[in-house]
Design a protein around this ligand. Structure first.
Ligand code: SAH
Ligand code: SF4
Ligand code: F3S
Length: 455
């Protein structure tokens, strides 16, 4: 069979990055290889995000870029997958007349089928939704040769319906994959050289739970148990997970870091706001005190634990005082990093109809204030790591200087480090001790401790 080429562009969260890996997996079974040159592609695939208005607009400009290519090469297929595809469905075919395939978030495994249908019968939108996971849905695996890290989706969807959020509308209802299937996927990844897996879900702490009002859906194993099962897989040295919802993170999970050395010392725990009134309007299910108690408990148990968070500024009704409370929380809790966003009105969500929408000017001002304060905090926390020895997973090597390697610490910091002896440097996927010598705003620099001993 003649090899075909796919050019893939991915936007959005890790869930989409994971889906892109699956798309490539299914496509490789149909003899597609990846290319980084769109003009050489037989298929252009855009995996989209609609979490904020800006993200959604990128789709239209990205797709527009390829319109001319299609005019030059009519056999070229253009497909849009991901959250915008799920939400807009047929509407995308109407809006973009040069588009061949719209593929929803629960139809990733049907990519080849969709392309065939488009070739035989014309343009197609596949955006079916179901409560149960199709047995074939995740049956694709493609660790790129040489990859030392991989994402593994353990569940799909979200049932939380936070007032601002589009995700439950684009990803459907929450459902968990059977644990045995997840463990075999991790085993297969380990066999290809993967050393670190990140387990993915919008709310990993509700993995395996039977949801209220449902008779099916329980997989008999909760999240802490699943982590234990994944951590014993031979060859896997590190396990991470995202995202933990603050209302659901359990004492059992917090205790697990002490028992399970492969669990990385990093928790991403989205706070969203430091004002309990705003949290209530968002429908988050916790107060600032509940959040701070969980944060402090994690730090008390494990002083080296990195905690990162997400914050939205300018949620409808957010006053100057509410924003002040967010700033107080930022300054008191001192997160290792904060991903902060201006509130974006999403059609179909509850908050889109709320009174008290905040002007873009105020949102921009608040975002700048928050980001400036956090930049200093992140830098200071990086400086506190200077002088320490940190276990680092070797992930890459500098193109300009072969003695410089790049890795990540257990607490998810990037470390660039030197190995003086070119011939016996560390191998990719190895975990080495790095002595941290310098801190930068977004990374650390150090020396492989083996070299220090030799000096
Ligand atoms: N499931 C994850 C979040 C997924 S979306 C969780 O609950 O934490 C990632 C982040 O995007 C959210 O944490 C939130 O901070 C941000 N976000 C979601 N909807 C948004 C909106 N309408 N406007 C601005 N930011 C938003
Ligand atoms: Fe969105 Fe809330 Fe679900 Fe996270 S938990 S994906 S913020 S609805
Ligand atoms: Fe975006 Fe969908 Fe992820 S909206 S953030 S790609 S779940």
């Amino acid at each position: 069979m003649v090899e075909k080429r796919v050019y893939l562009e991915t936007y959005g969260c890790q869930m989409n990055v994971g889906d892109s890996e699956r798309l490539l997996g299914f496509l490789s079974e149909a003899n597609y290889a990846e290319t980084d040159d769109p003009s050489k592609a037989d298929l252009i695939l855009i995996n989209t995000c609609s979490v904020r208005d800006k993200a959604e607009h990128k789709v239209y400009s990205a797709a527009g870029r390829y319109r001319e290519l299609k005019a030059l090469k009519p056999a070229l297929k253009i497909a849009i997958a991901g959250c915008v595809a799920q939400q807009k469905g047929e509407g995308l075919l109407k809006r973009l007349p040069f588009l061949d395939v719209v593929l929803g978030t629960q139809s990733v495994h049907r990519i080849v089928d969709a392309l065939e249908q488009a070739s035989n019968n014309g343009r197609v939108a596949m955006t079916g939704e179901s409560d149960a996971i199709d047995p074939d849905e995740f049956a694709s695996i493609r660790a790129r040769k040489g990859d030392v890290k991989a994402f593994v989706s353990i569940m799909r969807g979200c049932d939380n319906f936070c007032a601002y959020c589009i995700v439950p509308h684009t990803r459907g209802r929450e459902a968990s994959r059977p644990p045995g299937e997840i463990v075999s996927e991790v085993e297969r990844l380990a066999a290809t050289g993967v050393r670190e897996v990140t387990l993915l879900g919008q709310n990993v702490n509700s993995y395996g739970l039977k949801r209220a009002g449902r008779t099916e859906g329980s997989v008999g194993v909760g999240f802490p148990e699943l982590l234990r099962m994944v951590a014993v897989v031979e060859g896997i040295e590190r396990v991470r997970f995202v995202t933990s919802h603050p209302k659901d993170i359990s004492d059992e999970l917090m205790g697990l870091f002490a028992e399970e050395p492969k669990l990385c010392r990093h928790v991403h725990l989205p706070m969203q706001s430091g004002s309990t009134a705003v949290l209530e309007a968002m429908g988050r299910g916790y107060t600032l005190k509940d959040y701070a108690d969980k944060f402090r408990k994690l730090k008390a148990l494990y002083p080296d634990m990195a905690v990162t968070t997400d914050v939205i500024v300018g949620f409808p009704g957010e006053t100057d005082e509410d924003f002040e409370l967010t700033m107080e929380a930022i300054n008191e809790l001192r997160f290792d990093n904060v991903f902060s966003f201006k509130y974006s009105k999403r059609p179909g969500t509850r908050a889109a109809g709320f009174q008290g929408q905040v002007s873009d000017e105020v949102k921009a001002e608040r975002l700048t204030t928050l980001q400036a304060a956090q930049r200093d905090i992140t830098f200071e926390l990086n400086k506190e790591r200077v002088g320490s020895r940190m276990k680092t997973l070797v992930e890459g090597r500098s193109r300009n200087d072969s003695r410089v390697y790049m890795g990540r610490t257990s607490c998810n910091r990037i470390v660039n480090f030197t190995s003086y002896d070119d011939a016996s440097g560390p191998t990719m996927g190895e975990i080495v001790d790095v002595d941290v010598t310098d801190a930068y705003p977004n990374s650390l620099r150090g020396v492989w401790s083996k070299d220090l001993r030799l000096c």
